[in-house]
Every structure is written in structure tokens, then in C-alpha cells.
Design a protein. Structure first.
Length: 140
């Protein structure tokens, strides 16, 4: 099943067949979680990935216009997702490998790397575990 609508339909059909009384909102949340989990794979970053992500994020944020920083604060964007290099652990379907950088502490939010099957548009906010981060690409 490739589309979220088909996944949701299948999930709801299974619940109906099992006689489960599940609320539609809960089913939608579950479908969203399933979709998100199939779109990214998380694992620990290598030293090289950490170094590349830290350098790209620092360069991006340092050169960011003050107006853009103000916009980020108004939108309450604390985290940015920045590209890093792929590792041998990255699955073949992964199109991008990113790490999350915290604009308040001006450091990486954690040592996790996320291999993404679909690349968000630059400027788009995406969910990475508990982080909502604006995707900035390689920061260039």
C-alpha cells in the first residue's frame, strides 16, 4: 500500500473486521504514525556525519539574515534539519540523510541520524521523532 489513504482504509477495515471500537481520530493518528515510521529510519550517527551536520548547520545559521531568524522565532521553529553524508547503514531507498540542529543551543539536538525515503522541500517543517524541524537541506 503506497498511499496514506489506502493505509488508512486498510487500517479501518481491519478494525471493523475485528469488531474493535476505535475512534476515527485515533485511527488517523495511528495511520500517520505508520506512515511516518515508513518514511524515515533512525540510527546513531557516525563521527563524520556529526561533523558534517554540525559544520553545515553552524554555517547556515551563522549566515542567516537577521530577518529570517526573526521569522523562525515567530513561527516558533527551534530545530532545523540539515543534510549530512550517508553511511553504510543507510537503506537503498533513502534519498536524504539528515540530522537535527537546535537553534537555541546552537548545537546538534542529539546524535541520531534520519534516513529519509522522501525529501521535504526546503523550508518545509517535518516531524522527526519528537522534533518538528524546518528542513534546510545542506544549508547552502
Amino acid at each position: 500500500m503506497k498511499t496514506p489513504a489506502l493505509r488508512l482504509t486498510a487500517l479501518l477495515a481491519c478494525c471493523a473486521l475485528l469488531g474493535t471500537n476505535i475512534e476515527l481520530l485515533g485511527a488517523m493518528d495511528l495511520a500517520r504514525i505508520i506512515q511516518t515510521q515508513t518514511m524515515l529510519i533512525r540510527h546513531k550517527a557516525t563521527k563524520e556525519q556529526i561533523q558534517v551536520a554540525q559544520t553545515r548547520a553552524t554555517t547556515y545559521y551563522t549566515h542567516l539574515a537577521p530577518e529570517k531568524k526573526t521569522v523562525l522565532k515567530k513561527k516558533k521553529v527551534r530545530y532545523i534539519a540539515v543534510d549530512t553524508v550517508r553511511s553504510k547503514e543507510a537503506p537503498p531507498k533513502a534519498k536524504k540523510t539528515v540530522m537535527i540542529w537546535d537553534t537555541q543551543s546552537e548545537s546538534l539536538a542529539n546524535t541520531d541520524v534520519y534516513d529519509l525515503e522522501t525529501t521535504p522541500a526546503v523550508g518545509q517543517t517535518a516531524k522527526f521523532d519528537t522534533y518538528s524541524a524546518e528542513y534546510v537541506g545542506s544549508g547552502g
